[in-house]
Design a protein around this ligand. Structure first.
Ligand code: E4P
Length: 215
């Protein structure tokens, strides 16, 4: 399973990119708004850091508006992927854009049937929101498993991005369910690195080493 980072914060992207573990970035209007900076400027800066798919989301709700926004966004960099909400108009936009070889990531996916529709419309990626499903008392990860099974049954090449990841166990569950990608917030990457036994081990090694030096 590949890792993307789910943020529009440049410092977070730089740090995790330096670890060498990510190959893409996802943003959304809320994440962009949090940064309080010009949308296109942020996206352009991200493309200069990470050499991989960078999802930028449209704001329009009508197909024509989405297509127009998408065509402007892809001018920023060839790695731009257009994030489109899972609606009837969104499907139409995905279909138009895929015929023009513009990559799309269908977002706000909450059911396998939505994912299948998005794939058939020509989406490059689908983003099921695991955490937000958990929030309403459903088992978010079950959707990833179902989508994986369906896509495998029909050799569908649309990639699954496990989104709305809230903790390291989500990442492991997504990997076990066969998700192609997990898009992970900065805080969860930091949690994934940490283990108390690692810290204790380093402490002990250094203590023993100092004992040798001071002999
Ligand atoms: C996906 O691409 C979204 O940006 C994201 O994962 C949403 O996560 P949230 O539910 O934590 O806002």
């Amino acid at each position: 399973m590949k890792f993307f980072i789910d943020t529009a914060n440049i410092d977070e992207i730089r740090e995790i990119n330096d670890w060498g573990v990510i190959c893409g970035v996802t943003t959304n209007p809320s994440l962009i708004a949090k940064e309080g900076r010009d949308f296109k400027e942020v996206i352009s800066e991200i493309t200069s850091i990470v050499d991989g798919p960078i999802s930028a989301e449209v704001i329009s709700l009508e197909c024509d508006g989405m297509v127009k926004e998408a065509k402007e966004l892809v001018k920023i960099h060839p790695n731009i992927v257009i994030k489109i909400p899972m609606t009837k108009e969104g499907l139409k936009a995905v279909s138009v854009l895929s015929k023009e070889n513009i990559k799309t990531n269908v977002t706000l996916v909450f059911s396998p049937s939505q994912a299948l529709l998005a794939a058939r419309a020509g989406a490059s990626y689908v983003s099921p929101f695991v955490g937000r499903m958990d929030d309403i008392g459903n088992e978010g990860m079950a959707i990833i498993k179902d989508i994986k099974e369906i896509f495998e049954n029909y050799n569908i090449s649309t990639e699954i991005i496990a989104a709305s990841i809230r903790h390291p166990m989500h990442v492991i569950q997504a990997a076990k369910a066969g998700s192609d990608i997990a898009t992970i917030p900065y805080s969860v990457f930091v949690q994934m690195v940490k283990h108390p036994m690692t810290d204790l081990g380093i402490e002990k090694f250094l203590k023993d080493w100092e004992g040798l030096i001071n002999k």
